[in-house]
Design a protein around this ligand. Structure first.
Ligand code: SAM
Length: 267
């Protein structure tokens, strides 16, 4: 499937003009335990699969996650199509690029990285802003070594968050969402020759403000506080978002996948 021309995707322009980069800071004053827990579990996955490895952060933005962990990686590459976000990334490093870190400007659907060169590819809070996201999932698989691991999040079209994000794009000028159904996610992962090792679901409620009036009672911040409480090691949000049929309505789907080898045999 060919990539549609960029005029169908306003997000590069939006990230280069409407965002300062500060929006991507991980730890902010007044953040709720829910956000801290999401960050903790993402970083934990990076440590588990990335230590001593060749790692790609797809849609790295200002490097909020990569900057936390790059010292652990043998070599790290960050790819993002926003020059501005990459400039903020470099500035945050104090102007000095570590020798094991390379930043590249490029589209997630045509990644400027050699096939079969990465042990770990990760992408957090980004792929739901990518149109034709199946191309990005195929690219994740292409750049992975056989047996390599992908950790990425996709956004569900059939979620309440779709209403909130679409309105925030129209009214506040945030990036345009391109959500896909859970069935489409599972299909593109299969097509990309990736085997799912872990599939975790979150956000059956939007967990952030705004949205149409009828949704307001469900976007109140108190839900985030309540659903951030933990029961037996997992947040209430994840526990509920993992139950059918809420799983099909949950917004955030976090996948940990392994690339099959050429003969489709698991390594
Ligand atoms: C919400 S930010 C998240 C950044 C980073 N992953 C993080 O968690 O802090 C989304 C990033 O995806 C990038 N992005 C969106 N669409 C992209 C595409 N098609 N190709 C490359 N980067 C893209 C944006 O420029 C932005 O930096």
């Amino acid at each position: 499937m060919p990539i549609q021309p960029d005029q169908h995707n306003p997000n590069r322009e939006i990230y280069n003009t409407a965002y300062s980069g500060g929006e991507m800071s991980l730890f902010t004053a007044g953040m709720l335990p829910y956000d801290r827990e999401m960050i903790r579990l993402r970083l934990e996955l990076l440590r588990r699969y990335g230590a001593g490895k060749e790692v790609l952060d797809l849609c790295c933005g200002t490097g909020s996650y990569l900057r936390q962990e790059w010292v652990q990686f043998q070599r790290a590459v960050g790819v993002d199509f926003s020059r501005k976000m990459l400039e903020v990334f470099k500035r945050e490093l104090g102007g000095e690029m570590p020798s094991n870190l390379l930043l590249l400007e490029g589209d997630a659907r045509r990644v400027p990285v050699r096939s079969g060169s990465m042990d770990l590819v990760f992408s957090f809070t980004s792929l739901y802003y990518v149109p034709q996201v199946s191309l990005a999932v195929a690219e994740i698989s292409r750049v992975l070594k056989p047996g390599g691991v992908a950790v990425f999040e996709l956004g569900n079209l059939w979620s309440l968050n779709t209403y909130v994000s679409a309105r925030a794009y129209r009214r506040q000028g945030i990036a345009k969402p391109f959500h896909v159904s859970l069935a489409a996610m599972l299909g593109m992962i299969r097509e990309a020759n990736l085997e799912i090792m872990e599939h975790r679901s979150f956000q059956f409620l939007p967990m952030w403000g705004g949205g149409p009036c009828w949704l307001r009672p469900l976007t109140d911040w108190r839900w985030k506080w309540l659903l951030g409480l933990k029961a037996r090691g997992r947040m209430l949000d994840e526990r509920l978002s993992s139950i059918r049929p809420l799983k099909y309505l949950a917004f955030r789907h976090l996948f940990v996948c392994k690339k099959r080898n050429a003969n489709n045999i698991n390594l």
